[in-house]
Design a protein around this ligand. Structure first.
Ligand code: PEP
Ligand code: MN
Length: 358
C-alpha cells in the first residue's frame, strides 16, 4: 500500500499516518520526493487492507491511498514515481546520461589493468570494471586475484579518476570489496543468494544486481527488493542475457527488459552485451540496440589483447573496438533522448493512437 501525502501536509500529519500503521503492526518506509512525502507500507497488509484504506484515506494531509498488488514494494514505480539517480565519484547513473562501464573480465595483473583503464578512460568509459573474485564454471579455471586484484583496480581508479565496480561473491567478502570498490556487483549466479543480497544492502555502497540467467523479471525485482529492504536504495539492474534453447549465443539478450523495467521500477537499467552474446562481434550491435531501447548504460568487457585473456577473451573488445563502439553509442544516445524519454507514456499514447484508428 502506498500513501501519498499532499504537498501541504505537515510533518505531524505524516507522523500520525506512521503511528496508525504501527498500531496495525506495519512499518512505514518514506520516500521524500521534491514536492511531497510518499509512504510505502511494509508488512502483511492483506488482512487489514480494507479497514486501513478507509481509515487512512480520511486522515488530514493524506492525498491518496493505493493498494499495491505487486510483491515488490520499495522497488516499484508505484511507490517511488521518480527515477532513482545514483551518484558515485562524480558519475551519475540513471539521470538521462549514458553510463559506460568497461574493463577486463578478470584483473590479470597490475599492468594490464592500468593499460586497459588508461585506454577506456580516454575513449568514453564512465565507470571502470574488473573482476577480482571470479565465479567460474570450472574449478580449474582462473579464479581471479582476489584482494590483490582489488588493489590494482583501486590504483587504476585513482589514476584515471573513474569510479569502479567489481563482483562480490559471498557475504564474507563484502567488507573488503566495499573498502576497495565504489560499486558492488552481484553476479547472475548469486541473484537469489539472499544472505548476500542482505549483506550488500547494508554495505553503504551502490549495488549492481545482474539478472539471474534463469530468473523472471519479477524474481529479479524481488531480489532487488531484498537489497533495498536491507537499507540500500541505490540498486542498478543489469540485464545480461538469459538461458534459452538457443546455443549460438552464450545467452539470449532480453532487451524487452529495458522498457519493461523502466515501467515497473524506478531503478536504473544497464545492459551487458558481452556476457549476453559471448561473441565479440555481436557486442557493438547489441550495445547500440540496448541504448536505443532506453538503457541507462551498458557494461562491456575490454582487454588489450583478448586472445591472451585468462577469461572471456572471445567476448572481450579490443581497445580500438571499444573506442569505436563508445563513439557510436554517444551518437545513438543523443537521438534516443528525444525519441523515448518516457516509455510508459509512449505505451499509453500508442494504445490511444491505435484505438483512434479503429
Ligand atoms: C561479470 O560481469 O564479470 C560476470 C561474471 O557476469 P555474469 O554474472 O553476468 O555472468
Ligand atoms: Mn566475464
Amino acid at each position: 500500500m502506498i500513501i501519498v501525502m499532499s504537498t501541504s501536509a505537515t510533518e505531524q500529519e505524516s507522523n500520525n499516518v506512521r503511528d496508525q500503521l504501527r498500531q496495525y503492526g506495519l512499518q512505514a518506509h518514506d520516500n521524500y520526493g521534491t514536492q511531497r512525502v510518499v509512504i510505502a507500507v511494509l508488512g502483511d497488509v492483506a488482512p487489514v487492507r480494507d479497514l486501513l484504506m478507509s481509515k487512512l484515506s480520511v486522515m488530514p494531509g493524506v492525498e491518496s491511498v493505493t493498494p499495491i498488488t505487486k510483491p515488490y514494494k520499495l522497488t516499484s514505480r508505484e511507490s517511488h514515481p521518480e527515477d532513482t539517480i545514483i551518484e558515485v565519484l562524480g558519475a551519475r547513473i540513471g539521470d538521462g546520461g549514458l553510463t559506460i562501464m568497461a574493463g577486463p573480465c578478470s584483473i590479470e595483473n597490475r599492468e594490464m589493468m592500468l593499460e586497459t583503464a588508461r585506454a577506456v578512460a580516454k575513449t568514453g568509459a564512465t565507470i571502470l570494471r574488473g573482476g577480482a573474485f571470479k565465479p567460474r564454471t570450472s574449478p580449474y579455471s582462473f579464479q581471479g586475484l582476489g584482494v590483490e586484484g582489488l588493489k590494482y583496480l583501486a590504483e587504476a581508479s585513482k589514476e584515471t579518476g573513474l569510479p569502479t565496480i567489481t563482483e562480490v561473491m559471498e557475504p564474507s567478502q563484502v567488507e573488503v570489496v566495499a573498502k576497495h570498490s565504489d560499486i558492488l556487483q552481484v553476479g547472475t549466479r548469486n541473484m537469489q543468494n539472499y544472505s548476500l543480497l542482505t549483506a550488500v544492502g547494508k554495505a553503504g555502497r551502490p549495488v549492481m544486481l545482474k539478472r539471474g540467467y534463469g530468473a523472471t523479471i519479477e524474481e529479479w525485482l524481488m531480489a532487488a527488493e531484498y537489497i533495498v529492504a536491507a537499507g540500500n536504495p541505490y540498486v542498478i539492474l543489469c540485464e545480461r542475457g538469459i538461458r534459452t534453447f538457443e546455443t549460438y549465443t552464450r545467452n539470449t539478450l532480453d532487451l524487452t527488459a529495458v522498457p519493461l523495467l523502466h515501467h515497473l521500477t524506478h531503478l536504473p537499467v544497464v545492459v551487458d552485451p558481452s556476457h549476453a552474446t559471448g561473441k565479440r562481434w555481436l557486442v557493438k550491435p547489441m550495445a547500440l540496440a540496448a541504448v536505443a531501447a532506453g538503457a541507462d548504460g551498458i557494461m562491456v568487457e575490454v582487454h588489450p589483447r583478448p586472445d591472451e585473456a585468462k577469461s572471456d577473451g572471445e567476448q572481450s573488445l579490443t581497445l580500438d573496438q571499444f573506442a569505436d563502439m563508445s563513439n557510436a553509442l554517444g551518437q545513438i544516445h543523443g537521438m534516443v533522448q528525444t525519441l523515448i524519454k518516457d516509455p510508459f507514456a509512449m505505451a499509453v499514447s500508442a494504445t490511444g493512437a491505435s484505438a483512434g484508428k479503429h
